[in-house]
Design a protein around this ligand. Structure first.
Ligand code: NDP
Length: 242
């Protein structure tokens, strides 16, 4: 029986690349998304065209009922869960002085509460020998103005990772986070001028933006047999953007 992976936020961007890569690695993949059904269906179609197995399940990672449904649908359909990648995330920017609670609450709900809820279900359902992978960001090290709510949410994620790794002692399950640098997706590109994009893409010594596949390669490694000795870490995948 094939191993099974859940990838949240897999309708677009980095999540779609992860879903396709894990399917190519032999996992049956559950493609979670928030609202963009057409894009999620396209991810599933691309996987099936390449002879992979996939299923789309809509759900907000910040909503406990939706997250529970995501895990129960996966178990109903595929019977087991080996890998959980909580990639879903948003990045609305706002200076702290504005005190914009709507932005703060939305980013904390998706990025931090979402990680907490997905971790809770993953801790209950991932099989022995499994992998749990969360998403932080390399921008934590930069402390750029307007990134306060986003950085706060991702700092919280980095805090949860080693705690869950400790709580899962004895079950041979690893828990890690991946922290990309600037990567060419809607989340990074939307709302930036070409000059801002050019500037940010040159900050890494490798002088380019990350591609979603650069990040999916590392998730594949962590999810596969060669990544098994990495536990309780945040891996910065950023071409040297530090
Ligand atoms: P995109 O904006 O390209 O895609 C976001 C994905 O998350 C979509 O599939 C979207 O679904 C889904 N999503 C958003 N909110 C929710 C929610 N509440 N519940 C479930 N799914 C949701 O983002 P990226 O691919 O760029 O980002 C992926 C991860 O990588 C995020 O955690 C981000 O913080 C992190 N990251 C990205 C960087 C970058 O430069 N791109 C840099 C550092 C970290 P739908 O299509 O339905 O809206």
């Amino acid at each position: 029986m094939a191993k099974v992976a859940i990838v949240t936020g897999a309708s677009r961007g980095i999540g779609r690349s992860i879903a396709k890569r894990l399917a190519a690695d032999g996992f049956a993949v559950v493609v979670n998304f928030a609202g963009n059904t057409a894009a999620a269906d396209q991810t599933v179609e691309e996987i099936r065209k390449a002879d992979g197995e996939a299923l789309a399940v809509k759900g907000n990672v910040g909503d406990p009922t939706d997250v529970q449904n995501l895990f129960s649908k996966t178990l109903e359909t595929y019977g087991r869960i080996d890998v959980v990648v909580n990639n879903a995330g948003i990045m609305p920017l706002s200076p702290i002085a504005k005190g914009d609670l709507a932005i703060f609450d939305s980013v904390i709900s998706t990025n931090l509460r979402g990680t907490f809820l997905v971790f809770a279900q993953a801790a209950q359902h991932v099989a022995e020998g499994g992998r749990i992978i969360a998403f932080s960001s390399s921008v934590l090290a930069k402390s750029f103005p307007t990134y306060g709510p986003y950085i706060a949410s991702k700092a919280g994620v980095e805090g949860l990772v080693p705690v869950l790794a400790n709580e899962l002692r004895g079950r041979k399950i690893t828990v890690n986070a991946v922290a990309p640098g600037p990567t060419g997706t809607d989340l990074f590109l939307d709302g930036k001028t070409p000059e801002q994009i050019e500037h940010l893409s040159k900050l890494a010594p490798l002088e380019r933006l990350g591609e979603p596949e650069d990040i999916a390669n590392v998730v594949s490694f962590l999810a596969g047999p060669d990544g098994g000795w990495i536990n309780a870490q945040t891996i910065r995948v950023n071409g040297g953007f530090a």
